[in-house]
Ligand binder design. Structure first.
Ligand SMILES: [Zn+2]
Length: 416
């Protein structure tokens, strides 16, 4: 720890977040990292930045892969948190597909009640507006955007007290959704209890989470950061639900965040279990095979660091100017893990309007600038930090007039 301030509290994970076992082992240590949305104003010489340990662990008992520290959620998700789901095209499309899938499966009737946990700017719920009763819960200020669009959103953290309030005021839901928040909320058991409290007996709970086996196979270690407390396999989710007499009855693999799973669950015995669930469970390695996979993963992460840095080193020695394109949350993990600074990466561009412009990449002096600078400056190489969607990005940037080369850092660094 470099320094700990009173309002920046964190706890070490001493027992498994899922099954409470103390048989937890390290998978990989990334050293000390700032939280990924801690963007401080460029040229502010006296800014305080906090570094926390970042390590992946796994539980020998239930095999859940998880983080070694839990940082106070107010620190990680400040009121001014800059992430908006409505601005990401892939997410928009995903929510539309989710709605179609739900209707195809005939899980809803007209005027049924839907609750979205971590509803962000209301993008998901906007697909259901009109035909169904909808309610969002969102702890950050983005909830205002949802409310202004006519999507009723409670600006609160989702917890058991909040669930009790919802049940009293609005009744139980036919459908509850939680997309990409299931890994973020500190106390997963409180979430499960709260969901059960507001879900009807024949209700359906749909969660979307980054899928551990995709994360490993495509080497997305840059998605390991303090916001993501747990990295789910299907069987770890199955174990979690079974503790609450719930079961998974269907799954869909989806492309969001570079490989996620959409999981349909309900109280036990309410819906027929689809073959998709059985097939994927069979495919997931367990025991010794799983441990070996994790060892390999850790080795590949270390090798990846060497590969990316040696490529950057090669071009730097040739006198090339290197910058970055886009600063998603994951870029903070990669940049800090690689140990890059402003002498190596001059700046990182964001599209006009981004709240990150004029600030530094967390933990570094690399400034985030308006992307127009890229087209004027025409540096030799631009590292694409949103590499999981690089095809789309490269096309766009080229079309706008960038003539240099692109470096795609992961899973295997390449220049295109
Ligand atoms: Zn466990």
């Amino acid at each position: 720890m470099k320094k700990k301030y009173d309002n920046f509290k964190f706890e070490f994970v001493k027992k498994c977040q899922l099954c409470n076992s103390k048989k937890i082992q390290a998978v990989h240590s990334f050293g000390f990292h700032p939280t990924v949305n801690d963007f401080l104003i460029t040229n502010d010489l006296h800014s305080k930045i906090n570094f926390f340990p970042l390590k992946l662990l796994f539980c020998k008992e239930c095999e859940l892969v998880q983080l070694n520290v839990i940082i106070n959620s107010k620190t990680i998700f400040p009121e001014n948190y800059a992430y908006r789901s409505g601005t990401t095209r892939i997410l928009k499309e995903n929510f539309n597909k989710l709605k179609n899938e739900i209707e195809l499966k005939k899980l809803l009737k007209l005027n049924n009640f839907i609750i979205d946990i971590g509803s962000n700017d209301g993008t998901l719920l906007s697909n259901f507006k009109g035909k169904y009763k909808i309610l969002g819960i969102e702890p950050t200020a983005v909830s205002k955007i949802a409310n202004s669009k006519g999507i009723k959103t409670i600006n609160k953290q989702f917890n058991y007290d909040q669930a009790k309030n919802i049940k009293k005021k609005y009744g139980k839901a036919n459908l509850i959704t939680a997309t990409n928040v299931f890994a973020h909320i500190e106390d997963i058991h409180q979430v499960m209890k709260s969901i059960k409290l507001i879900l009807k007996k024949d209700g359906v709970f749909i969660s979307e989470s980054h899928y551990l086996f995709d994360l490993i196979s495509t080497l997305q270690y840059d998605t390991v950061y303090h916001e993501h407390l747990r990295y789910y396999s299907l069987r770890s989710l199955k174990k979690l639900f079974s503790l609450y007499k719930m079961e998974i009855f269907d799954i869909t693999k989806i492309p969001t965040h570079g490989g996620s799973i959409r999981v349909y669950s309900s109280l036990k015995g309410k819906y027929k279990i689809s073959k998709n669930v059985i097939k994927l469970l069979k495919k997931e390695q367990t025991g010794r095979k799983f441990e070996k996979k994790l060892l390999n993963f850790s080795r590949n992460i270390s090798i990846s660091k060497l590969k990316i840095n040696s490529l950057i080193y090669k071009y730097k020695l040739m006198g090339k100017k290197i910058v970055g394109i886009s600063s998603p949350s994951r870029s903070s993990t990669l940049i800090n893990y690689l140990g890059l600074d402003h002498n190596i990466i001059d700046y990182i561009c964001e599209i006009n309007g981004s709240l990150k412009i004029g600030k530094n990449i967390p933990g570094t002096n690399i400034p985030v600038v308006d992307e127009n600078i890229l087209f004027k400056d025409q540096p030799d190489i631009a590292i694409v930090f949103s590499w999981h969607i690089y095809k789309e990005l490269v096309k766009k940037i080229k079309k706008k007039g960038f003539k240099g080369k692109f470096m795609i850092p992961l899973p295997n660094p390449k220049i295109i």
